[in-house]
Design a protein around this ligand. Sequence first.
Ligand code: PEP
Ligand code: CO
Length: 494
Amino acid sequence: MHALVRIAVIRHPAEDDAQHRRPADSDFKTMSSSDRHLRAVNVPNNWAPASWRSRPALQLPTYPDAQALASALEELHALPPLVTSWEITALKQQLAEAQEGKRFLLQGGDCAESFSDCSSEIISNRLKVLLQMSLVLVHGLRLPVVRVGRFAGQYAKPRSTDTETRGDITLPSYRGDMVNAPEFTADARIPDPRRMIKAHARSAMTMNFVRSLIDGGFADLHHPEYWDLGWVTHSPLADEYHRMVGAIGDAVRFMETLSGSEVHNLNRVDFYTSHEALLLPYEEAQTRQVPRQWGWFNLSTHFPWIGMRTAALDGAHTEYFRGIRNPVAIKVGPSVTPDQLLKLVDALNPDDEPGRLSFIHRLGAAHVADKLPPLLDAVRRDGRCVLWICDPMHGNTESTSNGYKTRRFANIRSEIERSFELHAAAGTRLGGVHLELTGEDVTECTGGARDLTDTDLERAYRSTVDPRLNYEQALETAMLIVRKHAQLAAPASA
Ligand code: PEP
Ligand code: CO
């Protein structure tokens, strides 16, 4: 039994949130179209920001100094949040629209942010490539794009083993800059709770810079040249991209000539943040109640997700996610069964609230055709609303003979294309993509327009964790999504 019924309403922050009741049928008739997503949702039973502590928690570090941990968490608890509840509910509304096929989600950024990469160039280059990709998608899909960065908090990493051995030395694994340091020394690998405070500060700096750039007009459609990345002037994709920018510029000028004034809303975009909410003590300390809203919000990010390794139904991460009001996502790997997926829907979205739940499938090019259809069928038959997102990166990681962890562009492409086809065949909708990318000229994934080889990986491999798409490969991915979408939308020829 649920104690109370609350209503998930997308509402202006200044409005009072006193309407704590299930709306009557007559209320729905008078709602504006944006309010039609309104659903009664129940306050989660027996939940508190710390209730995850009674469940098995995987992938969490053991801090050697309990006192230091407690004092870092206390400090974190007192620090201001990084995002606001009304931004979170606005994103939830956009994700609800993506579920209906009215928007497409682009989620991307580093596998792991590092403290040393919190620099203006790296942040603005990543923003540039995401803006360019979203322009390609808006133009090609004829849909507004929900832009979500994998940044401003992506500092904790799950690892396949707890320890790392080199020669005859074994040390605890590196778990992201929020936990310990990547250098292979005993000191560097000791989990240090002060790193959570630093991660919060670095996230705030990243967020501040992104917000300032966008508020200052960096995303202005009148000036897409702001997003050009110097090193790609001679890219094989440059012509196609610039033709598209030219066509959009012409359309904007045409509309402005017709209306006799500037087209508004073209000079800013919404940008949201996301990270894997892995380090639960950190997430708990940023979980807050806010005035005029019921329930609890994770205010360290707009859109947290549960990683593949921590998505057990009875695990600590699922318990924590159950009670927050943010939109949430779960990574779905090849071992997840349809039954497990439906149980996760019950646990995380029992009231079928639109926009609340996304599944990010990351099955690998070799398995997607076998593994995806039963999952899609089960959720479709159950009639639940979820947003399906394809992560074509994490099921396609391999090691090269020269010792690099890489991903082949052909496999990434194939997983995206197959996913579009499989959704179309199942009567479901692929509503977004989740990518690891950077605006830097790295060589971490092979293939793509420049056909990078295993030997090229030696030139500019910078990731401390997973290989990312570089700028060109990222843009090419946006272009291939558009082509695949157009191909599936075209009426079948006789
Ligand atoms: C990741 O997104 O970096 C990651 C570790 O993904 P997954 O949980 O899908 O393996
Ligand atoms: Co990764």
